[in-house]
Every structure is written in C-alpha cells, then in structure tokens.
Design a protein around this ligand. Structure first.
Ligand code: F6R
Length: 589
C-alpha cells in the first residue's frame, strides 16, 4: 500500500523523488520521507503529512546527492508519527530502508535482534530489516549478501529498497509486494508502480517474487533463494505520462469518470479468438469462480448475474479475502476469473495462490500490464482503461464490467450480439456525460450533502451496483451509505427510513426489475426517492436519467452515482482523490 521510489543516476535526486512520490501518493499518504547518499553520508528527512506539506515544512528537495529513495506511507505497524515514517535505519544510521508490505514474523525478529543489542526507535516492522542487514554485515557479509540473507528471514509480503553509507547504488528486493525497475539513459528508477517514473522512461524491467536487483552501474538481478543471476528483458509499456496527469480537471476522479466516454470502447477491443477460447474454457469447466475485492468484487458479483442471464451459466462470486476458505471446492477442472484494477491486491493474489495449489486455471481482468496478477495468471485480459489514479475506482469498474459481458455473451455463442450491445452502451454513455447532466447531478448533491445517511437499492443485475454505489459515496464523501437488495429493505433496514432520508433506486428495462414497489415502500415512510434509470416514475422525487441499454444497465447506472459521490465529496470539502484511511493499491492482507 505504501509507495516507494528510488533513483540512481546523474541528476539531483531529491527533487526527482519528491515528484515521484507525488505520483505515488495514491498508494498511501499519512507520512513520507526521503533518504539520499552524498559525501559518504546518508541524509534523511521525514515527517507526518502529505508530500507537499512535508516538503513545504522541511524542504525535502534540498537534500544533496544523485542516489536516493523516498517513501509515502499507509500505516500498518505503528501509529502515524514522524518516528514511524520511512526511511528506517539501523543502530548507527548507516543503513536506510524503505518498505512496502507486512513482515509477519517481525516480533520474533525484533526480540532476537534486541537480545543481540540492537536499539529500536520506531514501532514499525520495517526497522527490523535495517537491523537485520546491520547484523548480517557485522557477521562479515557484503551488502548484497546481507540484504539477500535478511530478505530470506522475512515472512509475509515485502518490497524494499536499501541504501548504505559508502555503497554507490541501491539494492531492491521483493517477496510479494510490487517493484519495477525503470530504465533511462545512464539512469535507473525503482518504484512500486510505473507512474512514479513514467515522465522519464517507458522502458521497464519487472522484478518477480523472490528476486532482488543491485543497481550499481548496470543493474544485476538475482534470485533471493540461491543468489543466482537472472536475465531480464526490457519491456516498453504503452501508457504515456499525459494519461496519468489531471489535465484541466480539478481531481483525477472527475477526469476518470468522464473518460468513460471512451474507456468502454477501448475495453471491448479484445482479441475475439481469445475471448472465444476463454468462453469455451468457462463452458467446459466444472465450477467457475469470480473473485475480486471492494469495487472489483462488486463487478464480479454483477458478473454472476450476467453469466446467469446471458449464458445460463452458473458462476460463483466469492470475495477474495474469503476465497481460500473455498479451497475444498477446487479441482483441476475449476476455473477462477479474477478482477483487479491494480493487479497487486494482496487478497486477490492469495486467492490465486490457493487456486494454483489445486491446479486451477486462472484468468484475470487487469488494468496494469505487467502487474503481479497479470504475470501469475494463465490468461489476462487487459481492460485498457489507462492509469487510474483516484483512489475511488470508476473507469476501471465499467471497463471490467464490459469485458465480463463480452465473455458471457461469448459463452452463449452470441459474441457479436454482446459486442453490439456494448458498442451501443459506449456511444450512449458518450452522449450522457455532458456538462448539463453533471450540473443536474451537482444540484442533487447540494440538496442532500448535509444528510448523514444515504440508502441505495437495486435488484438483480443492479443489486451489486447498489452495493458499489454505497462504496463510492462513503469513500469519497464520508456520508454513511448502505446498499441493499430492494426486497431486503422490509426485512429490517426500512426501520431507518425517516422523513427526507435519501434513497437511490437503480432501475432498468431488463425484464427483471420490479423495484418500484420497494421504492414506494420507502416513499410511504417519508423517504426522498432518487430514481436512476431510463424511465421516469411518479415515485421519484428526483430522476437521474440513464440510457436504456437493457441487460447492460449496471454499466450505465453506476455512472451517475459516481458523479453524485464526487460532487457530494467536493461540497463537503473532502479529499477526493485520496480519501482518509484508504490507499489505491491494497497490497496487505
Ligand atoms: C473502491 C476501490 C477499491 C478497489 C479494491 C480492489 O473505489 O477502488 O474497493 O476496488 O481495493 O482493488 P484492485 O481492483 O486494484 O484489486
């Protein structure tokens, strides 16, 4: 979840790192810090707060040197404090370490190191790494071997970068958490995600799990277990830096919502042979599971309905963090479809691990090419949404949905019909997302922005989207929002409805949607009904029209809710792109 970035080259490193950290801030933003090497010294500045604030206070950019690294934190071990910010150092401040991940056996390691006389100054698990390396150096190993041995002592998922006073480069290693080497001209970048250095190079080398890289002159890759050298290929990625900028928009979130004018079209531009091949695998499989977390999980849950309605095919949605509990149902004939924007979500990767242990084939829908999930999957469909920087997922959601529809239609032997529906949907979204539409939603946001609770109901295909709508509203506006299956309200939650309680009702012309009766029940108890769908109904107090796209309604219905969440957040003065307590890439379990 934390963002890490390093640089070895000829340029002044500190300003470059500040820039990289700002680009990685979506990964964590409760504290940050930088370490540079210069004049035989390790220079460190760090504190609580976002990069700009800490830079304003401490002038991070002023640190000397051409080698260094920086970290932006999402706290796991130890509260948010200056002491717990990274970099962390050894007893003599000779070794500096930044880390993304969790060390599961850190208490044992810390106890052991303390017994050997190491002095700890933070509550982080990361500090253990600095002392372990120090210990291994004391026993006579060189830095490279000391880092390798230390990494082999850690349990859990980690990505680290290490600097040592006097060592003219950096060493990075990973076991689980992502790490990528950017290759420039006589300069190298190391980061947890490509946007950190996309404005400098599009050439990358991926570290796989259990690998380390020594960046001192030409980078050398080694296996962590046996220390053997590894050959790596340079890959050119097709994102450009501009795509990862906000442009004229105030926030990434609104930019990304509006990009849905094009992203669905891009998503469905897939190799049809591959879609048909996978559809065939789905049809042949004995037990198909769909898994993802959070918003991506709601996409999977929608997929369950889509496969059922379009292809008469039973697929099972299981949230990734629970998937390993289903391992007894897995056989070699099972198929697992995973959905993840980042391709780095730890719970999803654990689900894949559990599946692979049973010989299950894994097919993934991923946005980030080269991500861990992309590389461990048997087949990947890239959703082609371009970089998604706002923590709240929007354009990736609808792109993922579109590909699940394609697969379902292909399973039913109706790929062309599915493609036609999605093309029509994409073009109607293009029309819908106009400034007048946004103004109308803003007006609604003004009306309800002081409310404490928002309810959102849907049925069938739109039930998971009701759950997703609630996620969007909560995370961006901090208003408590809850999604329900329309039919469930009367079994309890309707007790919460008071005069004026906003209730969003997702409707569709899909032959399954008899939710109006539920809306009436809420209205009869004083609820303020916000209808979303193609057809106005007298029960609606406010109507957010969406195009009539039949079975594809979840794709269009979630968009006005994304816009509403955005404007609620703006009106309430929330941190739209980096909501409190969250991080974009959840690389811890
Ligand atoms: C919410 C949101 C999260 C992610 C979840 C999985 O807006 O973005 O719920 O969907 O953390 O992330 P990925 O898709 O990267 O696996």
């Amino acid at each position: 979840m934390c963002g890490i970035a390093g640089y070895v080259g000829k340029r002044r490193v500190a300003p470059l790192l500040v820039d990289s950290l700002k680009r990685l801030e979506y990964r964590g933003y409760d504290s940050c810090g930088i370490a540079t090497l210069d004049g035989g010294k390790v220079w460190i500045k760090k504190d609580m707060g976002k990069i700009d604030d800490v830079d304003g206070k401490m002038d991070l950019k002023n640190l000397p040197g051409n080698i260094g690294f920086g970290h932006t934190r999402w706290a796991t071990h130890g509260k948010v404090s200056k002491r717990n910010s990274h970099p962390q150092t050894d007893c003599k401040d000779r070794i500096a370490v930044i880390h993304n991940g969790i060390i599961e056996n850190f208490s044992e390691l810390k106890k052991r190191l303390k017994r050997k006389g190491h002095r700890f100054r933070s509550e982080t698990d990361t500090e253990v790494i600095a002392h372990l390396i120090e210990d291994n150096l004391r026993s006579g190993l060189d830095l490279e071997e000391a880092v390798r041995k230390s990494m082999n002592s850690l349990k859990g998922r980690s990505a680290i970068i290490v600097a040592e006073r006097g060592f003219p480069g950096l060493i990075a290693a990973r076991t689980g958490s992502p790490l990528i080497l950017g290759v420039g001209r006589d300069e190298y970048f190391i980061a947890s995600d490509v946007p950190a250095f996309l404005n400098h190079t599009r050439k990358v080398m991926y570290l796989d799990d259990g690998e380390m890289v020594v960046v001192e002159g030409e980078p050398r890759f080694r296996n962590l277990t046996d220390g053997k050298g590894i050959e790596k290929r340079v890959i050119t990625i097709d994102w450009d830096a501009k795509q990862a900028e906000k442009g004229e928009h105030e926030h990434y979130m609104i930019k990304e919502i509006l990009e849905q004018k094009e992203t669905i079209m891009k998503a469905i531009n897939q190799d049809e042979r591959e879609i048909r091949r996978v559809a065939n695998e789905i049809n042949k499989a004995f037990g198909v599971f769909l898994t993802g977390c959070g918003t991506a999980g709601k996409v999977c849950q929608t997929g369950e309905y889509v496969f059922s309605n379009v292809a008469n095919k039973h697929v099972n949605y299981v949230v990734s963090s629970e998937f390993p509990n289903y391992r007894n149902f897995l056989t070699k004939k099972t198929l697992l479809i995973t959905v993840s924007q980042s391709g780095e979500t730890a719970d999803v990767l654990e689900a894949v691990k559990a599946a692979k242990e049973k010989g299950v084939k894994v097919i993934s829908l991923v946005n980030v090419k080269g991500s861990t999930l992309d590389r461990v999957s048997d087949i990947t469909f890239l959703i082609k949404a371009g970089p998604e920087k706002a923590v709240a997922s929007t354009k990736a959601t609808t792109a993922q949905l579109a590909i699940l529809y394609l697969l379902a239609y292909a399973c039913a032997g109706k790929l062309n019909e599915g493609k036609k529906l999605l093309l029509e949907t994409a073009s109607k979204i293009n029309d819908m997302l106009n400034p007048r539409y946004e103004e109308y939603i803003k007006k609604l946001a003004k009306k309800i922005c002081r409310e404490k609770n928002v309810y959102i109901i849907g049925k069938a295909l739109n039930y998971p989207m009701a759950l997703e709508g609630a996620i969007k509203i909560m995370e961006v506006s901090y208003i408590h929002a809850q999604g329900f299956a329309g039919g469930e309200l009367k079994h309890g939650p309707i007790a919460l409805i008071e005069k004026g309680s906003p209730c969003i009702v997702l409707t569709a012309n899909d032959g399954m949607n008899n939710i109006i009766g539920n809306a009436m029940e809420v209205r009869a108890r004083g609820g303020f009904i916000i209808g979303v769908g193609p057809k106005r109904n007298e029960v609606f107090d406010y109507w957010l029209k969406t195009p009539d796209v039949g079975l594809a309604s979840p794709i269009v219905n979630i968009i006005p809710v994304q816009l509403l969440a955005y404007h609620l957040g703006v009106l309430r003065g929330c941190d739209i792109d980096q909501p409190r307590n969250l991080a974009k890439s959840v690389t811890v379990e």
